[in-house]
Design a protein around this ligand. Structure first.
Ligand code: MSP
Length: 459
């Protein structure tokens, strides 16, 4: 039997605003993992896309004076382009306004209905359109949503609910214990699951009030709750591409603010529809800027294009994983990124490669690199992986100085040969993060043709 491809997904971004580096973070993590597995000889299918329904998106369209469909068509393109600009090798870009996706979620709805797990009831609660969710007591601070600090809207209407029975909860708990990473998020998911608010989950909204969403089959008064529609993208995309056999996903990457949707609601929907559960849910922290959550009103949003303008694509990819700690919250500053860029890329890696090739060229030393296999680092911990690689670079520099490798004797020759091979391995390990640089280092080593990799930043 053919080996199943490794299936990796990111969350799908709301198209209410331009992409910022928070979502780019996820795209890059998926891409790094894809390239890492590919380097090990595995085949990978990588999915990303955009979440185009919901109140938040509809409101943004109105504010822009556009029809929702025209608006989402425009903004979604920017997300897809962002992926291309950062050399992200996704296999498919799903959009939830795709009619095939909508048809798929309607079929799933009917399946849930036939399984008898949906019920309609009157409901009232406090809604945050930022989260697209009703908030429980613990999630409200001073009458506002603790994530978005937005005023909450009191909503009372009749909606469809998914019933999560005890047996299902037990299955979800077992799954969380084995699948949610890192530990802090696993614990958090368990705590949320055990709170009372998860016996029933609202899955629809009043059509009259919200309008913009997938119609609930057989009930003209309702549209699907945006999360019920969006979560199914991970399977609808496979169906659209005739790849349903790739389910269950091997790795799903999401941010810490959407853990409960992926660790509770998604498994509940999957179990109810008879699907297997994903193998791993990787939860990343937030990128803050100036010590605060990025937000338009504070004016501290970092755009991906600012990064590219300053450092180029390759260095930006490196710096995001080297300068930020993926599973924790991290504070972005230009000063830190500048410092890492000059210290580790322009000086560290760049100088080492230039210097070593210069020496090798003098004595025309060309090791047989074909025998070198890159050893893999602890790839789930991206930052640690790059810190370790950087230590290798420093060791090479020290070795060159301590052993005076520039002297042209036989023993120096073998020493230099070892360093050239080490750089070949470093290129291999850098490949998932900086694929073009890795390729270029290999070319330079093979052709003994040194060209600057990372020019020092101008002040
Ligand atoms: N549309 C939903 C996801 C549906 S998945 C079926 C959504 N969209 S979002 O655009 O608000 O967020 C997309 C991803 O970006 C989330 O995983 C979120 O955590 C991440 N980020 C948004 N802001 C972020 C930071 N400031 N830092 C890091 N990631 C953050 O949620």
């Amino acid at each position: 039997m053919a080996v199943k491809k490794t299936y990796i997904t990111t969350s799908i971004a709301y198209v209410n605003a331009e992409p910022h580096i928070g979502f780019l973070y996820e795209l890059l993590a998926g891409d790094v993992l894809k390239r890492y597995y590919q380097a090990q000889g595995k085949e990978v299918y990588f999915l990303t896309g955009t979440d185009e329904h919901g109140i938040k998106v509809a409101q943004a369209a109105t504010a822009a004076g556009k029809e929702p469909q025209n608006f989402v068509d425009e903004v979604s393109k920017k997300f897809e382009q962002l992926g291309k600009d950062f050399n992200i090798d996704f296999d498919y870009f799903i959009r939830t306004t795709n009619p095939e996706h909508q048809k798929f979620v309607q079929e799933k709805w009917q399946q849930l209905e036939s399984a008898g797990v949906l019920k309609k009831k009157k409901y009232s609660g406090l809604y945050c359109s930022g989260c697209e969710a009703f908030k429980t007591e613990g999630e409200i601070e001073g009458g506002r949503c603790s994530v978005h600090e937005k005023e909450l809207e009191k909503i009372e209407e009749e909606n469809w609910f998914l019933v999560i029975e005890e047996e299902k909860k037990k299955k979800i708990e077992d799954w969380i214990n084995f699948s949610v990473y890192p530990e802090t998020r696993r614990q958090e998911a368990i705590n949320v699951l055990k709170s009372d608010s998860y016996d029933e989950i609202s899955l629809s909204r009043s059509k009259e009030r919200y309008g913009w969403g997938v119609p609930v089959p057989g009930d003209e008064s309702q549209i699907m709750y945006v999360w019920a529609d969006a979560l199914f993208n991970y399977i609808s995309a496979l169906k659209i591409n005739n790849k349903e056999d790739l389910w269950p996903a091997d790795i799903q990457i999401v941010g810490k603010d959407i853990v409960k949707f992926h660790a509770i609601i998604w498994p509940a929907l999957l179990i109810a529809c008879g699907y297997e559960l994903p193998k791993k849910l990787l939860v990343h922290g937030f990128i803050n800027s100036d010590g605060k959550k990025m937000s338009k009103s504070l004016g501290n949003v970092i755009s991906p294009h600012q990064l590219v303008d300053r450092y180029g694509v390759e260095a930006s990819r490196y710096l995001i994983f080297r300068g930020l700690s993926f599973y924790d919250d991290s504070n972005f500053t230009w000063a830190d990124f500048d410092h890492l860029y000059n210290g580790e890329l322009a000086n560290g890696l760049g100088n080492l490669v230039a210097r070593t090739i210069g020496l090798a060229k003098k004595i025309n030393l060309r090791p047989d690199f074909a025998k070198e296999h890159p050893t893999s680092g602890s790839i789930l911990d991206f930052r640690h992986d790059l810190i370790e690689l950087n230590a290798w670079i420093n060791e090479c520099d020290q070795n060159i100085s301590a052993n005076k490798v520039w002297e042209e004797t036989e023993s120096k020759r073998s020493n230099l040969d070892g360093i050239l091979r080490r750089i070949w391995t470093i290129a291999g390990r850098l490949e998932p993060y900086t694929p073009e640089t890795a390729k270029e280092i290999r070319r330079q080593l093979t052709e003994l043709d040194s060209k600057p990799l990372f020019p020092r930043l101008e002040k």
